[in-house]
Design a protein around this ligand. Structure first.
Ligand code: BGC
Length: 743
């Protein structure tokens, strides 16, 4: 652990050496104000008991101060910044006289944002979609702990990240910030990520609650979806993630659900999140996502961010008039204080001005990237052998200098500025940013005696002429995505399909490396020999990509999203509202002019991703759970234990290289469930030496096999005959066995 407990005698020393105080972080100064004898500092008490004791001390004004932000601050240049803000995206002022720390919030979905503002360095991790492709819960924990560690080092005590909205719409501009299309996989990955953040004694959050599955019209659209479907899809992902992490915060989203804004939605916030999931932390609004005082307060919102428009004087007046009960305000504050105690930000305040360790960050980012890169196709070309690759043409996507990252509030500032257009300072909104991790450099390192050259790929014909004379051509293609807008299509932008086609026609040994935020269509699939999906691979991306290309790392990742052949195969061939946005753009209306209210009907319901393809009998380009390796695996010996509800099977590495296989367990529910698709219920990442075989036993969690019964308003495990399917992907399940659930 990298956090440091402040020893009690330190307070005495500090007060004796008054000059030191000037160099103490605000939170430590506040902690200093605590009397040793204050009852709520007794760590033997529970977080709830401590919060209640502290709550009794607060005046009405102080309570109100804790439930709102203090302005848009760093989000827009020129706005006033609160004196003690740590210059993250949000700041809520604490109560000095009682030692309640300020809350300094930092956007930190894939690394800590806004570093350049204060010459801070933050590690850029691979996209969380990439993390999900590792299917590795330990890697998720590591990912979160890197974020938590660097937040502490920079003096923040709250992380804003943990996106777990499902990849219902693969063109969603934030798909790369989420963890794929399956609720069990996404919930488990993001839950472990947030747990990792909180392991560093930094408060974590999970967002955007709920159903914010597209960016188009995110401030205007009203989601329509069956209750059962929503509980078995997006809300299940939240339920799992929240259950694993016990996060301090849940951020409610911008959209409406059944006519009510998510941040004042009684069903979502009170009934489901707080009562059913038992969420003990606080609900904070997405930035500017609060729409009322009384309704929001009563329906479950606990904190307005980043302003005090509704939860400042208006909330105070509503409490004084009795429109919002005092007990409700106390509940809001209790939730905030108990989370501070539970996570440890009062007992172990962060120590800012420590230097982030970029080398440790790089090592962790690279390790996660190596587990996240999916080998989609390989016609006996990979891994490359330096001896047989005498000349390599590297083409496109600025692979000479960097790797692409995603945009919006999850954008991390690159050290030294954008690798393709060096500009110091914070990354600009929706401008593609390349990180200084050069694939060309690392490919050269792997093949030191080969001729390795670069062509920018802007002109397909010139790139093809260039590629012709090399033994191998590696084309890097990219798909930029950002918060605040969706991609209109699955097609690669900037004529890159033509680039791949032209190079593949000129060079029979063409490899394509995808740097994409989500899935793409591949009209050139049959023309190329190998394809790697590297997502946005982070600051260790170039090393990870070249380690996989040359076989130093055997790829093990599997797809957390299905690749569709074309938009026509998606539930919404055209993104609802996209045409309204395009019209607004053509009229040069600024994007913040609200769209008219728009109903978005999630007709696919719980059939998200592979479930949709299976139920509709459509063939994806690449199925969920798919990924190749440089070795091969065999599955055998499935046994299902009806009583214990667990499955046992063996996986053997039948090839000649060591590797790790992600073995997946799916279940088909009894006919009474009315489901024409299978569900992922368990998996294991199994490291195997060449020739090695392992037997694993995995539990079948009843929640993942249950249906949401709307009549009972509860999950219910139906009695009847289930079918268990085990294998390497959602499309290949060589082992099957029945499972019977008795009445
Ligand atoms: C995003 C959130 C983000 C917040 C603060 C919003 O626009 O939806 O994910 O945390 O801004 O930057």
């Amino acid at each position: 652990m990298t956090f440091q407990k402040l020893p009690r005698h330190a307070f005495v020393l500090f007060s004796a050496a008054a000059f030191l105080v000037a160099f103490l972080p605000a939170s430590a100064q506040q902690a200093q104000n605590l009397s040793q004898s204050t009852s709520w500092m007794n760590q033997a008490l529970s977080p709830d008991e401590r919060a209640d004791l502290l709550l009794q001390q607060l005046t009405l004004d102080e309570k109100i101060q804790l439930v709102h932000g203090t302005g848009w601050g760093v989000s827009f240049p020129g706005l006033p910044l609160p004196a003690r803000s740590n210059l993250g995206v949000g700041y809520t002022q604490g109560i000095d006289r009682l030692g309640i720390p300020d809350i300094n919030f930092a956007d930190s979905a894939v690394g800590v944002r806004h570093g350049a503002l204060q010459s801070r360095y933050s590690t850029l991790l691979p996209s969380t979609l990439g993390l999900a492709a590792s299917w590795d819960l330990q890697a998720a924990n590591l990912y979160g702990s890197v974020i938590g560690r660097e937040l502490r080092d920079q003096g923040f005590n709250m992380s804003i990240g943990g996106g777990v909205d499902l990849a219902r719409e693969p063109r969603n501009g934030r798909t790369w910030e989420y963890a794929g299309e399956d609720p069990v996989l996404a919930g488990s990955i993001v839950g472990n990520l947030a747990k990792g953040v909180q392991s560093q004694k930094v408060m974590g959050d999970i967002k955007h609650y709920a159903l914010n599955d597209q960016e188009t019209g995110r401030n205007a659209f009203n989601i329509l979806i069956d209750k059962r479907a929503m509980r078995e899809s997006d809300l299940l992902a939240f339920q799992i993630a929240i259950g694993i992490a016990n996060p301090a915060g849940v951020m409610c989203s911008y959209n409406k659900m059944y006519g009510d804004w998510a941040c004042e939605n009684d069903y979502l916030l009170n009934q489901v999140l707080k009562n059913e999931f038992g969420f003990k932390g606080w609900v904070l609004s997405d930035w500017g996502g609060t729409h009322s005082t009384v309704k929001a307060a009563k329906n479950g919102l606990d904190m307005e961010q980043p302003e005090d428009r509704y939860f400042g004087v208006l909330l105070k007046a509503a409490v004084e008039s009795g429109e919002v009960p005092q007990a409700r305000l106390d509940d809001m504050v209790h939730r905030i204080l108990r989370s501070m105690f539970a996570v440890g930000v009062i007992d172990y305040p962060p120590m800012p001005r420590r230097v982030v360790d970029p080398f440790r960050g790089l090592e962790d980012a690279q390790q996660i990237a190596e587990e996240s890169i999916v080998l989609l196709k390989n016609e006996a070309l990979l891994p490359l052998s330096p001896a047989r690759s005498k000349s390599i043409a590297v083409i496109g996507s600025h692979a000479d200098v960097g790797v692409l990252s995603g945009g919006g509030s999850a954008q991390v500032d690159p050290p030294g500025g954008n690798a393709i257009d060096p500009k110091p300072g914070s990354a600009a909104w929706q401008v593609p940013v390349y990180f200084p991790s050069s694939p060309l450099k690392y490919i050269r390192k792997k093949a030191p005696s080969a001729k390795v050259d670069y062509n920018d790929g802007k002109d397909p014909a010139a790139a093809a002429a260039f590629a012709k004379s090399y033994d191998i051509a590696i084309v890097f293609v990219n798909q930029y995505m950002s918060e605040g807008r969706d991609n209109e299509t699955l097609t690669l932008p900037d004529n890159q399909d033509a680039l791949v086609r032209a190079v593949a026609a000129a060079n029979p040994h063409t490899i394509v490396v995808l740097e994409t935020g989500s899935t793409i269509s591949m009209p050139w699939l049959a023309d190329v020999k190998a394809i790697l999906a590297a997502w946005y691979p982070g600051i260790g991306g170039a090393q990870a990509i070249s380690n996989i290309l040359f076989g130093d790392v055997n790829p093990s990742a599997k797809l957390p999203v299905s690749f569709a052949k074309a938009e026509a195969d998606l539930p919404h061939p055209r993104i609802p509202g996209m045409d309204l946005i395009l019209k607004a753009n053509s009229e040069h209306r600024p994007p913040w002019v609200p769209l008219p209210p728009l109903d978005v009907n999630y007709i696919e319901g719980a059939k998200v991703g592979y479930k949709w393809f299976e139920a509709e009998n459509k063939q994806p380009l690449f199925p969920f759970g798919f990924g190749l390796s440089y070795t091969t695996y065999g599955y055998s010996g499935l046994k299902v234990d009806d009583q214990q509800r667990q499955v046992t099977f063996s996986v053997k590495n039948t090839g000649s290289r060591s590797g790790a296989e992600i073995a997946q367990v799916y279940v088909q529910l009894p006919t009474a469930a009315g489901e024409s698709y299978k569900r992922l219920v368990a998996w294991e990442r199994i490291p195997l030496a060449a020739g090695e075989s392992k037997t694993v036993t995995l539990p079948l969690n009843p929640l993942y096999m249950s249906i949401f019964d709307e009549k009972k308003d509860a999950f219910s495990l139906l009695p009847g005959d289930y079918k268990i399917l085990v294998g390497p992907s959602s499309h290949e399940t060589p082992l099957t066995a029945p499972l019977h659930v008795h009445e």
